[in-house]
Design a protein. Structure first.
Length: 399
Protein backbone atom coordinates (compact mmCIF):
# COMPACT_ATOMS: atom_id res chain seq x y z
CA UNK A 1 0.00 0.00 0.00
CA UNK A 2 1.42 3.38 -0.98
CA UNK A 3 1.17 6.71 0.79
CA UNK A 4 -1.51 7.90 -1.62
CA UNK A 5 -3.64 4.85 -0.81
CA UNK A 6 -3.89 5.90 2.83
CA UNK A 7 -6.53 8.35 3.99
CA UNK A 8 -5.10 10.25 6.94
CA UNK A 9 -8.25 11.35 8.71
CA UNK A 10 -8.63 15.03 9.54
CA UNK A 11 -11.16 16.38 12.06
CA UNK A 12 -10.50 20.08 11.60
CA UNK A 13 -13.07 20.88 8.90
CA UNK A 14 -16.45 22.24 10.00
CA UNK A 15 -19.73 22.86 8.21
CA UNK A 16 -19.48 25.89 5.87
CA UNK A 17 -16.14 26.76 7.41
CA UNK A 18 -15.32 30.42 6.84
CA UNK A 19 -18.68 31.40 5.32
CA UNK A 20 -21.09 30.79 8.21
CA UNK A 21 -22.15 33.30 10.84
CA UNK A 22 -22.32 31.83 14.35
CA UNK A 23 -25.15 33.18 16.50
CA UNK A 24 -25.24 31.83 20.04
CA UNK A 25 -28.22 31.67 22.36
CA UNK A 26 -27.23 31.35 26.03
CA UNK A 27 -30.53 29.71 26.92
CA UNK A 28 -29.60 28.89 30.52
CA UNK A 29 -26.72 29.35 32.93
CA UNK A 30 -27.65 26.19 34.80
CA UNK A 31 -26.06 22.76 34.44
CA UNK A 32 -26.33 19.38 36.16
CA UNK A 33 -22.54 19.27 36.43
CA UNK A 34 -19.87 21.35 38.13
CA UNK A 35 -16.84 20.52 35.98
CA UNK A 36 -13.68 21.52 37.79
CA UNK A 37 -12.03 23.07 34.72
CA UNK A 38 -15.13 24.93 33.50
CA UNK A 39 -14.50 28.56 32.56
CA UNK A 40 -18.14 29.42 33.33
CA UNK A 41 -17.57 30.77 36.82
CA UNK A 42 -21.02 32.32 37.18
CA UNK A 43 -23.37 29.42 36.44
CA UNK A 44 -26.70 29.64 38.25
CA UNK A 45 -30.26 28.34 38.15
CA UNK A 46 -31.99 31.71 37.81
CA UNK A 47 -30.86 33.15 34.47
CA UNK A 48 -32.99 31.36 31.89
CA UNK A 49 -33.91 32.86 28.54
CA UNK A 50 -37.57 33.70 28.00
CA UNK A 51 -39.43 33.20 24.74
CA UNK A 52 -39.93 36.95 24.45
CA UNK A 53 -36.17 37.64 24.55
CA UNK A 54 -35.43 34.83 22.12
CA UNK A 55 -38.09 36.02 19.64
CA UNK A 56 -36.90 39.63 19.80
CA UNK A 57 -33.31 38.52 19.16
CA UNK A 58 -34.36 36.48 16.13
CA UNK A 59 -36.55 39.27 14.77
CA UNK A 60 -33.74 41.81 15.12
CA UNK A 61 -31.25 39.56 13.32
CA UNK A 62 -33.60 38.65 10.48
CA UNK A 63 -34.91 42.23 10.16
CA UNK A 64 -31.32 43.40 9.56
CA UNK A 65 -30.41 40.91 6.85
CA UNK A 66 -27.97 43.32 5.17
CA UNK A 67 -25.91 43.45 8.39
CA UNK A 68 -25.46 39.68 8.29
CA UNK A 69 -24.27 38.95 4.74
CA UNK A 70 -22.62 35.61 5.48
CA UNK A 71 -23.69 32.85 3.12
CA UNK A 72 -24.77 30.50 5.91
CA UNK A 73 -25.60 30.59 9.60
CA UNK A 74 -25.03 28.38 12.61
CA UNK A 75 -27.54 28.91 15.40
CA UNK A 76 -25.71 27.62 18.45
CA UNK A 77 -27.36 26.80 21.76
CA UNK A 78 -25.32 26.68 24.95
CA UNK A 79 -25.67 26.85 28.71
CA UNK A 80 -24.84 25.62 31.18
CA UNK A 81 -26.46 22.62 29.63
CA UNK A 82 -28.67 23.65 26.69
CA UNK A 83 -30.93 20.61 26.70
CA UNK A 84 -32.26 21.66 30.11
CA UNK A 85 -34.25 24.16 28.01
CA UNK A 86 -35.37 21.82 25.24
CA UNK A 87 -38.93 23.22 25.15
CA UNK A 88 -37.65 26.73 24.52
CA UNK A 89 -35.08 25.54 22.00
CA UNK A 90 -37.73 23.61 20.08
CA UNK A 91 -39.89 26.72 19.89
CA UNK A 92 -36.94 28.90 18.83
CA UNK A 93 -35.94 26.54 16.04
CA UNK A 94 -39.48 26.19 14.73
CA UNK A 95 -39.79 29.98 14.64
CA UNK A 96 -36.46 30.39 12.85
CA UNK A 97 -37.44 27.89 10.16
CA UNK A 98 -40.81 29.54 9.52
CA UNK A 99 -39.30 33.04 9.44
CA UNK A 100 -36.45 32.08 7.09
CA UNK A 101 -39.00 30.60 4.70
CA UNK A 102 -41.61 33.36 4.90
CA UNK A 103 -38.99 36.09 4.43
CA UNK A 104 -37.22 34.27 1.55
CA UNK A 105 -34.11 34.88 3.64
CA UNK A 106 -30.75 34.01 2.09
CA UNK A 107 -30.09 31.64 5.02
CA UNK A 108 -33.12 29.52 4.13
CA UNK A 109 -31.89 25.93 3.76
CA UNK A 110 -28.35 27.04 4.58
CA UNK A 111 -28.48 26.86 8.36
CA UNK A 112 -27.48 24.54 11.18
CA UNK A 113 -28.61 24.18 14.76
CA UNK A 114 -25.52 23.36 16.81
CA UNK A 115 -25.19 21.96 20.32
CA UNK A 116 -22.40 20.97 22.65
CA UNK A 117 -24.02 18.91 25.39
CA UNK A 118 -22.91 16.96 28.43
CA UNK A 119 -25.05 14.11 27.06
CA UNK A 120 -26.97 13.38 30.25
CA UNK A 121 -30.43 14.22 28.85
CA UNK A 122 -29.69 13.06 25.31
CA UNK A 123 -31.93 9.99 25.45
CA UNK A 124 -35.02 11.73 26.83
CA UNK A 125 -38.24 11.78 24.81
CA UNK A 126 -38.29 15.54 24.25
CA UNK A 127 -34.67 15.73 23.11
CA UNK A 128 -35.12 12.76 20.78
CA UNK A 129 -38.31 14.22 19.30
CA UNK A 130 -36.43 17.46 18.61
CA UNK A 131 -33.56 15.56 16.98
CA UNK A 132 -35.85 13.50 14.78
CA UNK A 133 -37.64 16.65 13.61
CA UNK A 134 -34.46 18.58 12.75
CA UNK A 135 -31.83 15.94 12.08
CA UNK A 136 -30.92 17.14 8.57
CA UNK A 137 -29.92 20.52 10.00
CA UNK A 138 -28.34 19.44 13.28
CA UNK A 139 -24.83 19.24 14.65
CA UNK A 140 -24.60 17.77 18.15
CA UNK A 141 -21.42 17.02 20.03
CA UNK A 142 -21.45 15.11 23.30
CA UNK A 143 -18.60 15.85 25.68
CA UNK A 144 -17.01 12.73 27.09
CA UNK A 145 -13.50 13.20 28.43
CA UNK A 146 -12.15 9.69 27.91
CA UNK A 147 -11.89 6.81 30.34
CA UNK A 148 -14.07 6.79 33.41
CA UNK A 149 -10.99 7.63 35.49
CA UNK A 150 -10.26 10.79 33.49
CA UNK A 151 -13.87 11.85 32.91
CA UNK A 152 -14.89 11.51 36.55
CA UNK A 153 -11.82 13.39 37.74
CA UNK A 154 -13.32 16.68 36.50
CA UNK A 155 -16.85 16.18 35.21
CA UNK A 156 -18.70 15.76 38.50
CA UNK A 157 -22.30 16.34 39.51
CA UNK A 158 -23.23 19.71 40.95
CA UNK A 159 -23.25 19.54 44.74
CA UNK A 160 -21.87 15.98 44.78
CA UNK A 161 -18.19 16.39 43.98
CA UNK A 162 -17.37 12.72 44.55
CA UNK A 163 -19.97 11.59 42.00
CA UNK A 164 -18.65 11.50 38.46
CA UNK A 165 -20.90 11.58 35.41
CA UNK A 166 -19.18 9.07 33.11
CA UNK A 167 -21.81 6.31 33.39
CA UNK A 168 -24.61 8.83 32.87
CA UNK A 169 -23.02 9.99 29.62
CA UNK A 170 -21.52 6.83 28.12
CA UNK A 171 -24.89 5.09 28.02
CA UNK A 172 -26.01 7.62 25.40
CA UNK A 173 -22.94 7.38 23.15
CA UNK A 174 -24.27 4.48 20.99
CA UNK A 175 -27.51 6.34 20.26
CA UNK A 176 -25.61 9.54 19.49
CA UNK A 177 -23.23 7.75 17.10
CA UNK A 178 -26.14 6.02 15.41
CA UNK A 179 -27.67 9.41 14.69
CA UNK A 180 -24.46 11.41 14.12
CA UNK A 181 -21.73 8.92 13.13
CA UNK A 182 -19.38 11.64 11.83
CA UNK A 183 -19.57 13.92 14.86
CA UNK A 184 -16.57 14.57 17.09
CA UNK A 185 -16.41 14.66 20.84
CA UNK A 186 -14.71 17.45 22.74
CA UNK A 187 -12.07 16.62 25.35
CA UNK A 188 -10.48 19.12 27.71
CA UNK A 189 -7.07 18.71 29.33
CA UNK A 190 -6.09 20.35 32.60
CA UNK A 191 -3.08 19.82 34.81
CA UNK A 192 -4.56 17.01 36.89
CA UNK A 193 -5.53 14.73 34.00
CA UNK A 194 -2.44 14.87 31.78
CA UNK A 195 -1.42 11.30 32.74
CA UNK A 196 -4.63 9.93 31.20
CA UNK A 197 -4.45 11.46 27.71
CA UNK A 198 -3.24 8.42 25.80
CA UNK A 199 -5.57 5.91 27.38
CA UNK A 200 -8.51 8.30 27.04
CA UNK A 201 -8.15 8.97 23.32
CA UNK A 202 -7.82 5.24 22.63
CA UNK A 203 -10.83 4.58 24.85
CA UNK A 204 -12.92 7.04 22.85
CA UNK A 205 -11.85 5.33 19.63
CA UNK A 206 -12.96 2.07 21.23
CA UNK A 207 -16.41 3.54 21.87
CA UNK A 208 -16.70 4.15 18.13
CA UNK A 209 -15.93 7.88 18.14
CA UNK A 210 -13.77 8.54 15.07
CA UNK A 211 -12.89 12.19 15.70
CA UNK A 212 -11.57 13.48 19.01
CA UNK A 213 -11.26 17.25 19.28
CA UNK A 214 -9.03 17.83 22.26
CA UNK A 215 -7.45 20.94 23.73
CA UNK A 216 -5.75 22.25 26.83
CA UNK A 217 -7.47 24.92 28.90
CA UNK A 218 -6.29 28.45 28.19
CA UNK A 219 -6.33 29.53 31.83
CA UNK A 220 -3.08 29.70 33.80
CA UNK A 221 -3.43 26.39 35.64
CA UNK A 222 -0.20 24.75 34.54
CA UNK A 223 2.50 23.50 36.93
CA UNK A 224 6.24 23.06 36.45
CA UNK A 225 6.85 19.91 34.44
CA UNK A 226 3.34 19.66 32.98
CA UNK A 227 4.70 20.32 29.49
CA UNK A 228 7.10 17.37 29.73
CA UNK A 229 4.35 15.05 30.95
CA UNK A 230 2.11 16.33 28.16
CA UNK A 231 4.75 15.72 25.50
CA UNK A 232 5.38 12.21 26.79
CA UNK A 233 1.68 11.34 26.72
CA UNK A 234 1.34 12.62 23.16
CA UNK A 235 4.34 10.62 21.98
CA UNK A 236 2.96 7.45 23.58
CA UNK A 237 -0.38 8.20 21.91
CA UNK A 238 1.41 8.76 18.59
CA UNK A 239 3.01 5.31 18.84
CA UNK A 240 -0.32 3.61 19.47
CA UNK A 241 -2.18 5.52 16.74
CA UNK A 242 0.46 4.71 14.13
CA UNK A 243 1.37 1.19 15.21
CA UNK A 244 -2.30 0.32 15.60
CA UNK A 245 -3.29 1.82 12.24
CA UNK A 246 -5.81 4.20 13.81
CA UNK A 247 -4.58 7.08 11.62
CA UNK A 248 -6.42 5.58 8.65
CA UNK A 249 -9.91 6.04 10.07
CA UNK A 250 -9.59 8.02 13.28
CA UNK A 251 -8.52 11.58 14.09
CA UNK A 252 -7.11 13.40 17.08
CA UNK A 253 -6.85 17.18 16.79
CA UNK A 254 -3.63 17.26 18.82
CA UNK A 255 -1.84 15.97 15.71
CA UNK A 256 -1.82 18.38 12.79
CA UNK A 257 0.71 18.99 10.04
CA UNK A 258 -0.15 22.69 10.09
CA UNK A 259 1.34 23.56 13.45
CA UNK A 260 4.85 24.28 14.69
CA UNK A 261 6.15 26.51 11.90
CA UNK A 262 7.23 30.17 11.84
CA UNK A 263 4.59 32.62 10.67
CA UNK A 264 4.85 35.17 7.91
CA UNK A 265 3.33 38.26 9.59
CA UNK A 266 2.31 39.76 6.25
CA UNK A 267 0.35 36.70 5.12
CA UNK A 268 -0.66 35.14 8.44
CA UNK A 269 -1.74 38.02 10.64
CA UNK A 270 -5.35 37.06 11.31
CA UNK A 271 -6.95 36.93 14.71
CA UNK A 272 -7.17 33.36 16.01
CA UNK A 273 -10.87 33.31 16.88
CA UNK A 274 -14.07 34.91 15.62
CA UNK A 275 -14.80 37.25 18.52
CA UNK A 276 -16.68 40.19 17.04
CA UNK A 277 -17.64 38.24 13.95
CA UNK A 278 -19.77 35.95 16.08
CA UNK A 279 -22.77 37.12 18.06
CA UNK A 280 -24.15 35.91 21.39
CA UNK A 281 -27.34 36.80 23.27
CA UNK A 282 -28.19 36.00 26.88
CA UNK A 283 -31.32 35.77 29.03
CA UNK A 284 -31.32 39.53 29.65
CA UNK A 285 -31.35 40.18 25.90
CA UNK A 286 -27.82 41.56 25.84
CA UNK A 287 -25.62 41.03 22.78
CA UNK A 288 -21.94 40.06 23.13
CA UNK A 289 -19.10 39.65 20.61
CA UNK A 290 -18.66 36.12 21.99
CA UNK A 291 -20.03 34.17 24.94
CA UNK A 292 -16.70 34.56 26.72
CA UNK A 293 -17.46 38.27 27.23
CA UNK A 294 -20.68 37.56 29.16
CA UNK A 295 -20.55 38.02 32.93
CA UNK A 296 -20.78 34.33 33.79
CA UNK A 297 -17.58 33.65 31.78
CA UNK A 298 -15.41 36.28 33.49
CA UNK A 299 -13.42 35.96 36.70
CA UNK A 300 -12.12 39.51 37.11
CA UNK A 301 -13.52 41.80 34.41
CA UNK A 302 -16.83 43.43 33.63
CA UNK A 303 -18.79 42.01 30.68
CA UNK A 304 -18.48 43.68 27.29
CA UNK A 305 -21.99 44.31 25.95
CA UNK A 306 -22.32 45.45 22.33
CA UNK A 307 -26.07 46.00 22.29
CA UNK A 308 -29.40 44.44 23.17
CA UNK A 309 -32.58 43.13 21.58
CA UNK A 310 -34.34 46.50 22.10
CA UNK A 311 -31.71 48.88 20.75
CA UNK A 312 -29.79 46.58 18.41
CA UNK A 313 -26.03 46.29 17.95
CA UNK A 314 -23.76 49.27 18.53
CA UNK A 315 -21.29 48.91 15.68
CA UNK A 316 -18.84 51.32 17.31
CA UNK A 317 -18.46 48.85 20.17
CA UNK A 318 -17.57 46.18 17.63
CA UNK A 319 -14.75 48.17 16.03
CA UNK A 320 -11.99 47.07 18.44
CA UNK A 321 -12.87 43.42 17.85
CA UNK A 322 -12.92 43.72 14.06
CA UNK A 323 -9.48 45.34 14.14
CA UNK A 324 -7.88 42.51 16.14
CA UNK A 325 -4.99 40.65 14.57
CA UNK A 326 -2.06 38.55 15.72
CA UNK A 327 0.62 41.24 15.71
CA UNK A 328 -1.24 43.97 17.57
CA UNK A 329 -1.99 41.78 20.58
CA UNK A 330 1.02 39.45 20.74
CA UNK A 331 4.19 40.02 22.77
CA UNK A 332 7.52 40.01 20.92
CA UNK A 333 8.29 36.41 21.93
CA UNK A 334 5.16 35.27 20.08
CA UNK A 335 5.86 37.37 16.98
CA UNK A 336 9.32 35.84 16.54
CA UNK A 337 8.53 32.32 17.79
CA UNK A 338 9.79 29.69 15.35
CA UNK A 339 6.89 27.31 16.18
CA UNK A 340 4.13 29.93 16.26
CA UNK A 341 1.67 28.32 13.84
CA UNK A 342 -1.16 26.55 15.62
CA UNK A 343 -0.60 28.32 18.92
CA UNK A 344 -4.11 29.32 19.91
CA UNK A 345 -5.67 31.85 22.20
CA UNK A 346 -9.09 32.73 23.52
CA UNK A 347 -10.02 36.39 23.14
CA UNK A 348 -12.17 36.29 26.25
CA UNK A 349 -9.35 34.82 28.31
CA UNK A 350 -7.00 37.46 26.91
CA UNK A 351 -9.36 40.12 28.23
CA UNK A 352 -9.96 38.42 31.58
CA UNK A 353 -6.25 37.85 32.25
CA UNK A 354 -5.05 41.24 30.99
CA UNK A 355 -3.48 43.79 33.33
CA UNK A 356 -5.96 46.42 32.13
CA UNK A 357 -9.40 46.41 30.50
CA UNK A 358 -8.01 45.65 27.06
CA UNK A 359 -8.65 42.93 24.50
CA UNK A 360 -5.22 43.64 22.98
CA UNK A 361 -3.05 41.75 25.47
CA UNK A 362 -2.54 38.12 24.53
CA UNK A 363 -2.50 35.59 27.36
CA UNK A 364 0.38 33.12 26.95
CA UNK A 365 -0.27 30.56 29.68
CA UNK A 366 -0.22 27.69 27.16
CA UNK A 367 3.17 28.62 25.64
CA UNK A 368 5.10 25.62 27.00
CA UNK A 369 2.18 23.30 26.36
CA UNK A 370 2.08 24.38 22.71
CA UNK A 371 5.82 23.77 22.32
CA UNK A 372 5.41 20.32 23.86
CA UNK A 373 2.64 19.61 21.36
CA UNK A 374 4.91 20.71 18.51
CA UNK A 375 7.65 18.33 19.64
CA UNK A 376 5.18 15.45 19.77
CA UNK A 377 3.75 16.44 16.36
CA UNK A 378 7.20 16.30 14.80
CA UNK A 379 7.64 12.84 16.23
CA UNK A 380 4.18 11.74 15.02
CA UNK A 381 4.50 12.90 11.42
CA UNK A 382 8.09 11.73 11.01
CA UNK A 383 7.15 8.28 12.25
CA UNK A 384 3.97 8.11 10.18
CA UNK A 385 5.60 9.06 6.90
CA UNK A 386 8.52 6.70 7.50
CA UNK A 387 5.97 3.95 8.02
CA UNK A 388 4.05 4.86 4.87
CA UNK A 389 7.28 4.97 2.88
CA UNK A 390 8.37 1.57 4.17
CA UNK A 391 4.93 0.10 3.54
CA UNK A 392 5.05 1.44 -0.02
CA UNK A 393 8.44 -0.12 -0.63
CA UNK A 394 7.25 -3.43 0.78
CA UNK A 395 4.20 -3.45 -1.50
CA UNK A 396 6.34 -2.76 -4.57
CA UNK A 397 8.70 -5.58 -3.65
CA UNK A 398 5.81 -7.99 -3.14
CA UNK A 399 4.34 -6.96 -6.49
Amino acid sequence: MSETDIKIKDSTASWQDGVAKTITFIVTKDCQLACKYCYLVGKNEKERMSWDVAKRAIDYILDHERDFPEKSVIFEFIGGEPFLEIDLIDRICDYIKVELYSRCHHWFDSYRFSFSTNGINYHTDKVQAFINKNISHLSIGITIDGTQRKHDLNRVWKGVEERGSYLDVVRNIPLWLQQFPEEATKVTISSADIPYIKESVLHLYGLGIHAVNINVVFENVWKDGDDKLFENQLMLLADDIIDGGYYKDYACSFFSENIGKPLDPERENNNWCGAGKMLAVDAAGNFYPCTRFAAYSLRSKEPIVIGNVSDGIDKNKLRPFLALDRITQSPDKCKTCNVASGCAWCQGENYDAAETNTIYQRATAICLMHKARVHANNYYWNKLYRKLEMDGRSTKCEG
